[in-house]
Design a binder for this molecule. Structure first.
Ligand code: HEC
Ligand code: HEC
Ligand code: HEC
Ligand code: HEC
Length: 462
């Protein structure tokens, strides 16, 4: 009660001071909320804000140009970076070439669903517009509404430390796997709040592109594939091989949930948000969500004695997974071009079906492994199995294609040079220069003028 009273008093003072500062009411409300949270929970607030220090990221298309070929025909081929601190979530989704520019008036652009896992404004807007009212909007229609990055209210009841799951798709998903949020202990609830966003999803076309988590049969690669296959769902038709492609998206929750750690009750929170002590010696949960290994003493040492030993194990598993992934990529690139050669030579759908389906299923397993950031740490065993199966399926596809090409008397298959990002982009006809120019104009005319400064965080404006 005392907490609540002091909070109201604080709100009034702040409201008076911002009323004369010329900010819009919506901005004022955000400032009030943030100031109140900061005053009430300084240690959590300050550590939350400190994820702004985690600004580094990698250009994964430059690291692995083969991915450009595998994702040809989709926006993933345009730009793809590794994740960084939560404070950049809104700016990065605004800037990536994947989200493009304002569509021509009257045409349908990318869905506003892309905001779902970046900001508490997404669940707020879902409440205001309805879930499908929200997802039916274009991504760019709602840019000016986005005022906060991954915030307290994404994981907590407003103004309280009680955990919450504000996204309807996440509530549904946890119920599908028989772990309804309300019935879980704090430990599982902690993992589930991360699992709202660190999870694989798709936009459901028959429901105005609302976010859906495909877990009706379960949340492993086979069960999700069965779900998609039964519905004859695909994200896009691959322009080279004509494969109906499935796309995985960061299934960190799924992989963790079957790990040795999960079985022992070690969750995302144990490793990525360990306890810390403030200047008065009081313990709190460190909200600077970032590298787990960097916090070995706080996060791991209660169970693992030697950091160097654990680092060796992680390094070994990372290398094994990376090597298997590169091998699958090289097989899949070849398969896509061999399928193309077969189509060009006049192959028919009935003869191609098995080969194409094997490409679909192999690429799905490869993606379900590689889109999962930190797989080597979260569940190396499952990662290795996925990639072994993908190798088998891609190899099977290529054997089928070899036979088809033999019958069609095709001697040579053209495989382009994809040794760099630039060459791979050239091979599939993407001009990053043209896309960047268009994006820059949109950033200048729309984002800089009408959107919140958080959409520009970390980017330089000349
Ligand atoms: C990404 C999810 C997430 C975000 C964002 C988040 N929290 Fe938390 N918070 C947690 C989790 C998980 C716990 C630990 C719950 C447990 O294990 O008891 C926690 C614990 C807390 C606690 C309990 C005391 C403690 O330190 O353990 C407070 C208070 C709190 N958070 C305040 C905040 C405030 C204020 C913000 C915004 C500035 C915030 N949280 C943002 C997930 C989050
Ligand atoms: C509202 C959605 C959302 C929630 C909830 C969320 N995350 Fe994230 N997380 C993101 C996004 C988006 C990024 C990537 C941001 C970027 O690259 O701009 C990210 C990035 C990360 C990173 C990479 C940080 C770095 O510095 O490389 C880690 C680790 C992470 N999240 C862990 C967690 C954990 C653990 C939880 C639960 C306590 C959690 N996240 C909750 C959306 C979320
Ligand atoms: C046993 C500890 C542990 C658990 C449990 C765990 N992680 Fe991790 N996670 C790691 C380690 C170790 C890495 C490798 C990089 C690092 O953080 O040092 C990592 C990496 C990540 C990354 C990639 C970071 C980047 O910048 O590439 C994300 C995102 C992430 N974890 C999210 C989660 C989420 C969400 C959960 C729960 C569903 C989870 N982790 C559970 C230890 C853990
Ligand atoms: C509460 C205890 C506990 C904590 C905390 C914990 N672990 Fe573990 N860890 C385990 C157990 C139990 C195993 C499984 C041992 C086995 O069965 O082989 C394990 C296994 C591992 C393995 C072997 C990988 C595998 O799946 O075979 C790695 C690597 C690892 N932990 C890293 C970490 C890191 C990094 C952290 C901190 C960020 C951490 N662990 C925190 C209990 C813990």
């Amino acid at each position: 009660m005392i907490r609540r009273l002091s909070r109201t008093a604080l709100n009034v003072t702040l409201l008076v001071s911002v009323m004369f500062s010329g900010q819009s009411l919506a901005d004022t409300e955000i400032d009030l909320l943030q100031s109140a949270d900061k005053a009430q929970f300084p240690a959590q607030y300050n550590s939350w804000a400190a994820t702004e220090e985690q600004a580094e990221r990698e250009d994964l298309l430059a690291n692995y140009p083969a991915n450009i070929i595998l994702w040809a025909g989709s926006s993933f081929a345009k730009e793809y970076h590794s994740p960084r601190g939560h404070q950049f979530a809104v700016a990065d989704v605004t800037h990536t070439l994947r989200t493009g520019v304002t569509p021509e008036s009257g045409t349908k652009g990318l869905s506003a669903s892309c905001w779902t896992c970046k900001t508490p404004d997404a669940p707020r807007l879902m409440n205001e517009l309805g879930v499908q009212g929200f997802s039916g909007k274009n991504f760019t229609d709602l840019g000016h509404e986005i005022k906060s990055v991954v915030y307290c209210t994404d994981c907590h009841v407003k103004g309280s430390e009680e955990l919450a799951l504000p996204r309807p798709h996440a509530q549904d998903a946890m119920t599908k796997i028989h772990l309804p949020f309300d019935k879980q202990d704090t430990s599982m609830q902690g993992a589930q709040v991360c699992g709202q966003c660190h999870v694989s999803y798709y936009f459901q076309p028959e429901s105005s592109n609302k976010v859906n988590i495909p877990w009706i049969f379960g949340n492993d690669a086979d069960s999700i594939e069965k779900y998609y296959d039964t519905r004859r769902f695909y994200e896009w038709i691959h322009p080279i091989s004509k494969t109906p492609i499935l796309k995985a998206r960061h299934p960190e929750f799924e992989h963790w949930s079957r790990s040795k750690h999960a079985k022992r009750g070690v969750t995302c929170i144990t490793c990525h948000m360990p306890a810390a002590t403030d200047k008065n010696g009081t313990e709190y949960t460190n909200h600077k969500v970032g590298s787990a290994l960097a916090q070995f003493d706080k996060a791991c040492s209660s169970c693992h004695g030697s950091q160097s030993k654990i680092e060796k194990v992680l390094d070994r598993d990372k290398k094994a997974i990376d090597k298997a992934a590169r091998h699958v990529e090289s097989l899949l690139v070849k398969a896509h071009y061999e399928a193309k050669a077969a189509w060009v030579a006049g192959a028919s759908w009935p003869t191609m079906n098995d080969a194409i389906m094997a490409i679909r299923h192999a690429q799905w397993r490869w993606d379900f492994a590689m889109a999962s950031h930190g797989l080597y740490a979260h569940n190396p065993q499952e990662g290795k199995v996925l990639l072994a199966k993908a190798t088998e399926q891609a190899t099977f596809s290529r054997e089928k294609l070899k036979e088809i090409l033999r019958v069609l008397k095709v001697k040579d298959v053209y495989y382009p040079d994809i040794s760099t990002k630039e060459k791979a982009h050239q091979a599939i006809g993407i001009s990053v220069e043209a896309l960047t120019k268009e994006k820059q104009a949109f950033l200048k005319e729309e984002v800089e003028k009408n959107w919140s400064p958080i959409t520009q965080r970390g980017y330089q404006y000349p």
